[in-house]
Design a protein around this ligand. Sequence first.
Ligand code: FNR
Length: 358
Amino acid sequence: FGVDSIVTLDDFEKYAKDVLNIRAWEYFSTGAETETALINNKTAYDRIFFRPRVMVDVTYVDTHTQILGVDSPIPVYVSPTASNALGQPLGEIAVTRGAASTGILQILSHVASKSLDEVMSEKQDKQKVGWQLYMNQDRSKAEEEIKHAVELGAQSIWLTVDTTVLGRRIRQMQGEAERNPAPNGKPLTQPATNILSQRHASNLTWKDIAWIKSLAPGIPVVVKGVGAWEDVVLAKENGADAVVLSNHGGRQLDFAHAPIQTLYELHKNSPDILKDRSFQVFVDGGIRRGTDVLKALCLGASAVGLGRPFIYAATGWGSDGVEKAVQIMRKELEVSMRLLGVTKLDQLRPELLDCSKL
Ligand code: FNR
């Protein structure tokens, strides 16, 4: 299929399923255990409805914003995802190129197929790249890694905090088991993820934020993987510059709230945090449509992250796929903003939503 046959972001997934080898498909698509969190991430958006306003001049609409001080044409960034080269040889570099030509912000996974060094030498001069960190249990190793990322010019550091152990991704484990039945009860491993388990700390605490900031002066530190509104308050108190409400795309704790539900709780319990735009709140998980993005922004999110859609777009169509994904998202945002009666993102507000079914 040419990229022109892609109409929605879900189309990338539909076609990627046919293109990818089964191992890559299982690794990318699986959620934890019953996959309830994975599914609910998407369906939670379907339970929020709009209260559109009419008779507003919507001739011109503007989807631009700033994400941690970086200009972005849409309130969307690329969430960090591991091992993209399972899908295509260029791996995360395809995303770097697509991000360069569209102006969106890429956050590179700590366990990406391509190193931060490779991505930084591939990116355009003015292009910014954020870096995601899995804290090493051995803090001297972590210190080296953080200092190296700072030297390379990482724009921001996204500390992932929802991965103290790896979630059980049953569909992937069963697939592996079927393909290579374990002789003599030898344990089966999850090939793409076993690297991770050696290096992520189970002893992370809020004190680590100040420590990272001391190693990376002037660089925004984002806490990624917050699943309850109370932890947003703690993240801010402990010096984080931003948070991502996220359940890791439904891959970690099954039955964890959909991030949009966490955002709604934050909006009800601590609305002032959302009004302070110097502390940005991001959301990721299950976001596939312009309307999903607008719903999150109405509730006070500054921007949203997309994981799988960019993996699938890059997998099948390289940087062209990434460009197409951004074009689709931009078009959907422009159409839905007009129909909602807003011309700028800062006009999005809770009153435009009915969350009573959420
Ligand atoms: C992820 N995610 C992730 N997060 C992170 O902080 N570091 C990582 O290395 C990875 N790796 C990873 C691999 C794959 C295959 C997926 C699908 C996800 C989580 C990711 O950043 C993000 O939270 C989710 O992908 C968002 O959900 P959607 O957009 O995929 O539904």
